[in-house]
Design a binder for this molecule. Structure first.
Ligand code: GUN
Length: 264
């Protein structure tokens, strides 16, 4: 069993991006990212700060718009229109979740698909990706780093969120895996997960995936970020019991987490 080192893979992705950015800058092109955050969700504030830092590190130009929770839909839409029109802004990201009175679908649809770095716009979701959604893209990078080719393998994704589960299934399908999406209403879940050569857990429940749910030799990817009964950070997978059964597994922390912003 090998524990996949997300921090190391993440570092190598950032090095690659830094080099590619330097090459672009030599041709007079500077990638520019605009990040919009509305309200004062503490987790969003951390993500956005880390996104800005990562931009600096690789040499991107970046702008942050921290808007008050009282921002109206029109004000948000107008900002997106303005950023769509500015040539020095090549990517626009509106951090989710938005305050309840704002419609995230409306904002996402308003971003020009060629600037939609999250790949959340319907045009991008259909699969003709200009960009890849960053968490699933990071997972594909981890799978590749382990030398695993999804072609012909059975992949099971537990979770069907728009940000992780659904696009994850599409990326695995794109690489010719046979893909099944399981979720909270799936019957006989363990039978489904036990069929997986590649199992991706994105459920949001601490230590939800136990050893009896995993096929011997499986590649197990843990997208979870939870607290256990002692308040310790843990994933959706019960690492201690599951790891000995796997060929490869990602830890929490230090697996999928460090990849997301690097892929962005
Ligand atoms: N909130 C949690 N993850 C993400 C993400 O990848 N993109 C955006 N825009 N918001 C998020």
């Amino acid at each position: 069993m090998v524990v996949i080192d997300g921090k190391a893979v993440s570092r190598s992705v950032r090095e690659r991006v830094k080099q590619e950015t330097a090459e672009l800058k030599a041709k007079g092109i500077t990638p520019g990212l605009a990040v919009i955050v509305v309200g004062d969700d503490p987790a969003s504030a951390v993500y956005v700060r880390n996104k800005e830092k990562a931009c600096d590190e690789v040499g991107f130009y970046s702008e942050k718009y921290a808007l008050p929770a009282s921002t109206t839909q029109k004000e948000l839409n107008d900002l997106v229109d303005e950023l769509n029109a500015r040539p020095e802004i090549s990517g626009i990201l509106c951090q989710l979740p938005l305050p309840k009175h704002l419609d995230d679908k409306e904002v996402i649809a308003r971003i020009n698909p060629i600037k939609d770095v999250d790949a959340f716009h319907p045009v991008n979701v259909i699969g003709d990706y200009h960009f890849l959604p960053c968490t699933p893209a990071g997972i594909m990078e981890l799978i590749h780093s382990a030398g695993v080719d999804p072609m012909g393998k059975k992949a099971v994704v537990i979770g069907r969120s728009n940000i992780v589960g659904k696009p994850m299934a599409m990326l695995l399908l794109h690489e010719n895996a046979t893909v099944e999406i399981a979720h909270s209403k799936t019957q006989n879940l363990a039978d489904v997960t036990k069929s997986a050569d590649i199992l991706v857990a994105a459920v949001g429940k601490a230590k939800f995936v136990t050893a009896d749910m995993v096929k011997p030799g499986a590649v197990v990817i843990d997208v979870g970020m939870n607290r256990d009964e002692n308040g310790k950070l843990c994933g959706d997978v019960d690492f201690e019991s599951v790891a000995p059964k796997c060929s490869f597994i990602t830890p929490v922390p230090g697996g999928v987490g460090p990849m997301t912003i690097s892929m962005l």
